[in-house]
Design a protein around this ligand. Sequence first.
Ligand SMILES: [Zn+2]
Ligand SMILES: [Zn+2]
Length: 304
Amino acid sequence: MDQAPGSPQGPRDQGPQDAQSLPTCYRHPDRETGIRCTRCERPICPECMVSASVGFQCPECVRNGSGTGHSPTASQPRTLAGGTITADPRLVTKVLIGINLAFFLVQLSVGDRFTDRFELIGQAAFSAYGPIEGVAEGQWYRLLTAMFLHGSYIHIMFNMLSLWWIGGPLEAALGRARYIALYVVSGLAGSALSYLLAAPNQPSLGASGAIFGLFGATAVLMRRLNYDMRPVIALLAINLVFTFSPGFNIAWQAHIGGLVGGVVMGYAMVHAPRERRALIQYGVCALVLAAVVIATLVRTVQLT
Ligand SMILES: [Zn+2]
Ligand SMILES: [Zn+2]
């Protein structure tokens, strides 16, 4: 069957697919997908979806003939969110894992003195090494640095596995710049909600806020692509059960802050209209960041 590139049939118009009979990406046979290239009609996964003038095309079709379409501006291939397509679609995820592991090694070798200095603490408390100051005393950097620190081997292992598993495909689908914005702002949203709601002398740390943000954005993306949502919902439910289990002493505020931020920004990334797409995507990230700043200022005024 021949499909003209300008035909109106895009992924948007496809109904929900039967979950049992989803085809797999022709370039990645281990990945199921509900989306097909609008030109050759072969199934493609998010990593292989190039944003075309109508719907998505596969990398081969884009390489072979972007000149025959009616849109001369579509010469540079883009990810489904409008990002640039790169040779290593998971590079940022690898770098983020590297940064987290490096910080963990420093924590192990320097010890609690280092962790006390950079984890999230709302207001001055006493540690074994004397008085320390918190965000309320002006150490804003703790909101950022806390998201690269971890409390135990299990903690960092769990977070880095999630980061690789969820973050890798998401980075490929969004492109690097949008992915970094999502990761950092989600992490900050988690820190800000912790600062706002948790006891000020309760230290918290970990990449979980950022990773819950990736979760939220993944859920939005999978919904948009008519994927079977059950695996991601099950995974999220397990994580939320852990979050609210009294035995685990987990900062639920960071998880919920990251998750909400990730859903909001993920929605903008995936659903922004093609015209002024980048403006809307980064504009929404800026709005979430503004909420982070406001929450931080409100809490600081409360505490001082
Ligand atoms: Zn194709
Ligand atoms: Zn693929």
